[in-house]
Ligand binder design. Structure first.
Ligand SMILES: [Zn+2]
Ligand SMILES: [Zn+2]
Length: 341
């Protein structure tokens, strides 16, 4: 089969690989679509802790069952599936409490095991979720992102009818957060970005108000919009020091921060007195549990959550490296990049 294999930092080669064969209890999936995630880009650039080279990256994907290994029932060749990228053991302390995303022995497809920037990939059946015809493979490549954003919002106490929410960073994740905040009942959803076209899109997807961080200080703007109290919930979806610092300043006393964005840079300037005086609760979010991943189907099937406007670029498998670089630069109108195998 053909695959895009990472051999070194910033070095992906499109090459022929041995065709994988499913062992007992495994499915062979013909990959159709993989969403480029920030984790792929960070790994490609050597910024992600832990590398296992050579490696086929790519983990947020969907495809068609090609072959069913012995001992599996409930799947047949041709079944359309979204693939849960989280690898877990099912036996450890965290798996047993239903948090397989925190598995002590697990990892992520495309990081600890070969991923989906390839024609085929191997998965275990519990990680393959059947999808209806109404969900395209490109849209299904957003199942993990959708499930993960859903997971993050289920963690909060304050998000609900009447809540005020600021979403910092309007990449694919910020656009999903904006939509979920709206359907959760928030009556003030504020999108913050430096790109005008992303602000315009956020307004179409459910933001009531947008703030251009290029033209206005986001903290001052949020204070002005909330009677100088701050928002109930800040969703940090950019993962850079500036927006992380701003989150603590613009959240109201007793408010919550969902720290969704991640990045390799440590953040200076967050004073713990601020956390103390304002009694801020901060949430970390890691990938999805089985439950979250399956939940995404219901949001995508009837387009409660819209993915179409978020996907701006589709590239063939041989252009995987270009896709990662495009996603990294985000120059021009780049939002969601999908690799079609
Ligand atoms: Zn990802
Ligand atoms: Zn486990």
């Amino acid at each position: 089969m053909k695959a895009a294999v990472m051999h070194d930092v910033s070095n992906i080669v499109f090459e022929e690989m041995p065709m994988p064969s499913p062992s007992m209890g495994e499915l062979l999936v013909r990959v159709k679509s993989t969403r480029v995630c920030a984790t792929d880009v960070n790994m490609y650039r050597g910024r992600h802790p832990g590398s296992f080279l050579p490696r086929i990256l790519g983990h947020e994907c969907a495809g068609e069952v090609a072959e069913v290994g012995d001992g599996i029932s409930g799947f047949k060749p041709g079944d359309r599936v979204g693939i849960d990228p989280v690898i877990s053991c099912g036996k450890c302390y965290f798996c047993r409490m239903g948090k397989n995303n925190l598995c002590e022995n697990g990892g992520l497809m495309g990081r600890e095991a070969n991923g989906s920037f390839a024609e085929y990939t191997i998965v275990t059946p519990e990680r393959a979720v059947k999808i209806p015809e109404s969900i395209s493979f490109d849209v299904a490549s957003y199942m993990e992102a959708t499930g993960s954003v859903y997971r993050s919002l289920c963690m909060t106490r304050l998000l609900g009818p009447g809540a005020s929410v600021a979403v910092l960073g309007l990449g694919s994740i910020g656009m999903l957060q904006t939509q979920f905040a709206k359907i959760a009942g928030a009556n003030l959803v504020i999108g913050v970005s430096r790109s005008q076209w992303k602000l315009d899109l956020a307004l179409q997807l459910g933001a009531n108000v947008v703030v251009s961080a290029k033209e206005e200080d986001p903290v001052e703007a949020i204070m002005r919009l909330t009677c100088h109290r701050g928002v109930d919930v800040v969703i940090e979806a950019a993962g850079v020091p500036d927006t992380i610092r701003q989150s603590y300043e613009m959240v109201r006393s007793g408010g919550e921060i969902i720290q969704y964005g991640i990045g390799p840079t440590s953040v200076d300037g967050i004073n713990t007195f601020l956390q103390y005086y304002k009694e801020i609760t901060t949430y970390g979010v890691r990938a999805v549990t089985y439950n979250d991943f399956s939940s995404s189907v219901k949001f995508l099937e009837d387009q409660t959550i819209r993915i179409g406007p978020i996907i701006t670029h589709r590239l063939p498998l041989e252009q995987t490296a270009e896709g990662l670089e495009l996603s990294e630069r985000q120059s021009g109108k780049v939002l969601g990049v999908v690799i079609n195998s």
